[in-house]
Each structure stands twice: as C-alpha cells, then as structure tokens.
Design a protein. Structure first.
Lengths: 292, 289
C-alpha cells in the first residue's frame, strides 16, 4: 500500500501544474484502466490484433465480444499480467501493468479450483496470499463471508469434485472477490454452464458487482449476457486477408449500454432499446467481425 | 447378487481353489515314487542283492530332495515362531534377515528420494534443465543396478554401503522421471492462479505444484520401491553377510531347498506389503478433478 501511495504521489508531481481537484477526480475515474495501442503478434507480419486502445472507469462493467481467435483472451491475459503484449501498454490506477498482481482478480474459464482443497481451503489460499499476516479467525471469517456471498455456505467443506459446474464457477467467483481486488477479470466464466444455471449466476454476479462497485472486464460469447451485465460492450474483429493485404484484428466499436442500470434478466427483453442493441451486436458478429 | 461384496466373495473362493490345486499338485508330485514293490516285482533275490551291492537299492524310496508342502509348512512355522534369534553370522532368525534387507532398502530409497524429488522439481519446472538432463537419464536408466556393484565395492570399500548404493541407484530413476513429469504437467490454470495471487515460489512449490504432482510422484515412488525390493535380493546374494538375499544363497549352499522355498515366500509377502503401503499412500494424495 505504501508504495502505491508513493507512486501515485510521484505521478501527480510529474503532472503539469496544479490541476483543480474536480478534474483530477474525473481523470482518475475515467482513466482507471488505460489500454494503449496494444498488439500481439506471433508472426511479426501478421499480428492477431493491433492498435487496441480503450479506457475503463472505476466501477464500470465492460464486456468484450468477438469470434474465437480474435485475441480476447490474450487481451485479458495481458490485463491480468499472465501474458505480454508485443507492443502497447496497460496502465491501471496510474501504474503500468507488469506481471500478475493481487490487485486484479481473475476468474478463469475452467474455474481453476485446486481439486485437492475444499471450497474453504481454496478461498483461504487466496485470502492468505492477499493478507499473509492475518490471523486464523480473520481468514476464516473472510472466507465464510465470501462463500456466503455466492450462496455456498452449505458446501463450504466439500471438495470441488463434489460440486456441480455452476457451484464450482461460483467458488471461482468468490475466490476472485475474496481478495478484494481493484479490478476483476472474467474469462468467459459461464461458457461451460447450462443456460438455466448461467442465468442464475449472471443475476448473482450482477447483484454482487452492483453492491461492491467492482470494476469488471469480462469476455463473453453470449450477446444477452453482455447486454445484461455490461455498461459498455467492446466489439472485436478477427484478423483477415483483404484485397489490400492482411488486416489485423482489433477493436471495431465500443457500444454504450443505454438500458437502465437496474435491469434484470427477466425483464431485459421488454426494455426499450434492447432489440436495437441486440440486433446491432448480432449484425456485427455476423457480418463485420469476420471479414474472411 | 451383483453387489461388489458377492464379487469379492466369489473371487476369494476361486483364489482359494487355485491355491488348493497348486498345493495339492505340489504335494502329489513330491510324494509320488512310492512303488518300491512294483520295482522289485520282476527281480530274483540275487538280482536284488546285486543291485544293492551296486548302490542301486530298488527297495529304498529314493528322495528327490524336493520338499513337499507339509515339510515347507513345518519349517516355515519353525522360522516364524522364533524370528529374532541370533546364533552367529550364518544362523540368524528370518526377522533379523528381513530387517537387514528392509533397512538397506529403506536407506537407499530414502537417499534416492532426497535426490530425485528436488532434482525432479528442477527438471520439471525448467524446459532447459529437462533437455540438459535428458541424455544422462536416458543413458543411466537402462543400466542394471547390479552392474554398478563392482564399481561401488571398489570406491566405497564396504559391502554394506555398496548394497545401499545399488538400491539408491535403482530407485532414483522412476522417482526422478515421474517427479519431473508430474511437475511439468501441472495444470496451467493452477500456476496462473498462483501467479495472480502473487504466491511466492516456495509456497507455490509446496502448496500448488507438490499436491498437484503428488499422485504422479507417488506412482514413481511405488515403482521404485518395487524395483528396490527386486534388486536387494540379488545384491545381498552378491555381497553376503546378512539379509534375505544372503539367506537364500546360504540355504542354497546348505542344499536346504525347504528353507529356500520358505525364503521365496517371505520375499513375496514383504514385497506385497511394501506395495500395499504405497498404494495406500497413493490413495491419500490422489484427487478427483
């Protein structure tokens, strides 16, 4: 924490003369996460994506949609610090992202729970990593609080193999929240779940995110999921060969979600503007995302 | 009827029948040849007298030397009822002999474990080390552990230590290879979780990689222990002095086939128990994904 404050102080010292406090707050909130000209190339001449730039405000929920292979997961991994970009930079809270950090919690596609640990132990592992000096009772209460948050108190001493897919993913979410990260990264967390379970967990996730004011970046393939959860939806295209040569994939459009923030899954399709938004995204995925 | 209990019961009955068949055949094979009367039937008294003079008494029941199951059982009971007597270098109880063998195996195995597990971690974690160590492992692995014996005797100058060294060298390969493989194939997701939680390398090694690779490592240890128990018998035959291998060789020199059979049985029983211990350990560390 100390170094955090120090760096922030350092950053503001470099910034040009006294900025009015209002403006400072505004710039802080709009530029909480800054992604600048990110590119990833496995072959130098044919980058998977290039020139990806966007910003996220604190407390914002952003979904990214695109076909397989467009580089969504790579972007998420770069944000998480698990992968490195070929060029470009990512800044979070005024500091460049270099390597994984406890400040960004990740929910993995395949839950990634350790099968030899119980639910309690899995989350305690994360809590103890975050606060190594905490006593047993403190860890215990933190673990129980977050397990209760996802409604799994009854299964807290079970092993992941004894849980259903939806429950496992809930534990993954609880683990990511339990370290109280500044930002949450979700890599298609509900991809492997059946539609009913997915709906329930989406509702749960939305409730928790609204309540905790969590900043979330999430990958999804599901248009409705994006419309339900996201404040803003990023549309990504795949790299393609055109007449004028290879065109790398990248961000094509950022769509703000005009629907009221207090929406629920049940009444989502009755809201004005839902179909316009949905059609827009589906049209993009069908006709523009993949030029090939 | 199709419950596992009834299956176990039926299997046990079949096992018992097989045992009875084998023991029965053994018994019949070793007691055959009692037809002395038939042999003398066609011979005159003179002829019998002549044959006796030539040392070929047709009336005497000629023992093949191979003991029957009853004799072996009797001898076994004798050994097992007093396993820890010590009447000088060539006459020790079976318990003492087995204890010597187990101590050698245990010590050699433990030393191999101390080398193989950390080294396996290094090899498993680093593709560079994997490539660098691979030719040595591939070259050394197929060498019969007993081939090291002369070298060990020459350099270590002690038969007991040489025996332990031979166990060490034969135990190390399966453990090393399995540890390296287990560590290298830990799921990427778990490593990523540890990375995003900024888990330090020591904690990562002990709380993520070790439990994740434990089933594979235990398999390696089980294989190693099996090989070590095979090799100790041969090693002790060469080195002599004490141990179950030496006991077998000593009884062979005494031409006491009964004792040899008894010792073979004991080697099997102890080997099975050792394997059972590792199977149990394996069960403890195995996880279901």
């Amino acid at each position: 924490m100390w170094s955090d404050e120090f760096l922030r102080a350092g950053a503001s010292r470099v910034a040009p003369v006294a900025t009015p406090p209002q403006q400072k707050v505004a710039s802080m909130s709009s530029g909480f996460l800054k992604v600048e000209r990110l590119a990833k190339a496995y072959q130098a001449a044919r980058p998977v994506f290039a020139d990806v730039s966007f910003e996220m405000a604190r407390g914002e929920f952003v979904c990214i949609i695109g076909h397989s292979g467009c580089g969504k997961t790579t972007i998420l991994n770069v944000l998480a610090g698990l992968d490195t970009a070929s060029s470009g930079h990512v800044f979070m809270d005024g500091r460049e992202v270099a390597g994984p950090s406890l400040e960004r919690g990740v929910v993995f596609q395949g839950h990634a729970l350790m099968p030899w640990l119980t639910v309690r132990q899995n989350i305690a592992f994360a809590v103890r990593s975050r606060w190594p000096d905490r006593g047993k009772d403190e860890v215990r209460s933190q673990v129980e609080k977050y397990v209760a948050m996802v409604g799994l108190s009854h299964a807290i001493d079970k092993k992941p193999s004894e849980l259903s897919g939806g429950m496992k993913q809930r534990v993954g979410i609880a683990r990511a929240f339990s370290i109280q990260p500044k930002m949450l990264l979700l890599d298609e967390p509900f991809g492997a779940l059946d539609a009913l379970t997915r709906g329930t967990i989406q509702d749960e996730l939305m409730g928790i995110v609204r309540q905790t004011q969590q900043t979330v970046f999430m990958i999804t393939h599901d248009v409705d999921e994006a419309i339900l959860l996201a404040d803003r939806i990023l549309l990504m295209s795949n790299g393609s060969d055109t007449d004028s040569g290879y065109r790398p994939g990248g961000l094509v459009e950022m769509v703000g979600n005009p629907l009221p923030r207090e929406r629920t899954r049940a009444q989502l399709h009755h809201l004005d503007g839902y179909y316009d938004l949905r059609n827009h995204i589906v049209d993009f995925l069908v006709s523009r995302a993949k030029a090939a | 009827m199709k419950t596992p209990d009834s299956l176990n019961l039926r299997a046990a009955i079949v096992s018992l029948l097989l045992l009875l068949c084998v023991v029965g055949a053994w018994h019949l094979a070793t007691t055959a040849g009692g037809g002395a009367a038939a042999v003398t039937a066609g011979l005159s008294a003179d002829e019998i007298e002549y044959l006796r003079m030539m040392g070929k008494d047709p009336g005497a029941t000629k023992s093949g030397g191979f003991p029957g199951p009853l004799e072996v059982a009797r001898t076994s009971w004798g050994h097992l009822s007093d396993p820890f007597y010590d009447k000088g270098p060539n006459d020790k109880g079976i318990g003492i002999q087995l204890a010597h063998s187990l101590a050698r195996v245990g010590l050699g195995f433990l030393l191999a474990l101390l080398v193989a597990i950390p080294l396996g971690f290094v090899i498993g974690m680093s593709p560079l080390m994997q490539k660098a160590f691979n030719p040595f492992v591939q070259l050394l692995k197929p060498i019969s552990p007993l081939a090291w014996m002369p070298l060990a005797l020459y350099t270590l100058k002690d038969s007991d230590v040489s025996g332990i060294f031979v166990i060490f060298i034969c135990s190390i390969w399966p453990m090393l290879i399995n540890t390296a493989f287990g560590v290298a194939s830990v799921k990427r997701d778990w490593i990523n979780v540890a990375a995003t939680l900024e888990v330090n390398p020591i904690r990562k090694a002990f709380q993520v990689i070790l439990p994740a690779a434990a089933p594979t490592i235990l398999t390696g240890m089980r294989i190693s222990m099996g090989i070590a128990w095979l090799v100790i018998v041969a090693a002790e035959m060469l080195v002599g002095g004490t141990g179950i291998g030496y006991f077998v060789w000593n009884e062979w020199n005494n031409l006491s086939i009964t004792n040899v059979i008894f010792a073979i049985g004991m080697i099997g029983v102890v080997g099975m128990l050792l394997d059972l211990v590792f199977a149990r350990l394996q069960k403890v560390v195995t996880y279901v994904e």
